[in-house]
Design a protein. Sequence first.
Length: 169
Amino acid sequence: MKQFYKATETLASIVDKEHEAAEKLAQIKHKVSQVNAAAQGAGNALFILTTGGKISAYGPGSRFGWLHEELGVEAAVENIKEATHGEPVSFEFLQEIDPDWLFVLDRDAAIGRATGAAEALLDNELVHNMKAHKNQQIVYLDGVSWYLVASGITAVDTAVSQVLEALNK
């Protein structure tokens, strides 16, 4: 997120909006601290992306690793490959890891291919037997904020707010 803050400040200076950007960044930093507090003791989490009926997992150090590194959500798995497209995983892997939280990015919905594809894919007995499902802690993330825009100030604010809201339920 350091890169996000720096890029936002640079863009704001170019368009003479430093004050507005500073206020928005302060609000985001405050939310990040709230997420960090809410994440303490909330359990571990796995971040997955679904697309075309397949699942990829992301962990610390990956493109979505800021869920763990910046927001303080404990990673359910530390040794996931840091590939750009994640590490392909199976339903059996998900069940074996059995995270407290499952954060799901539906790429098909994000790119307009198929709405609800992730929910349909994860609607099976293996997932239903997981702690995240039993405790209603499967979070379907906003594809625009997490995937398409990702580094925009509104997108980051939305993404952080979404995690905060999920952890505070």
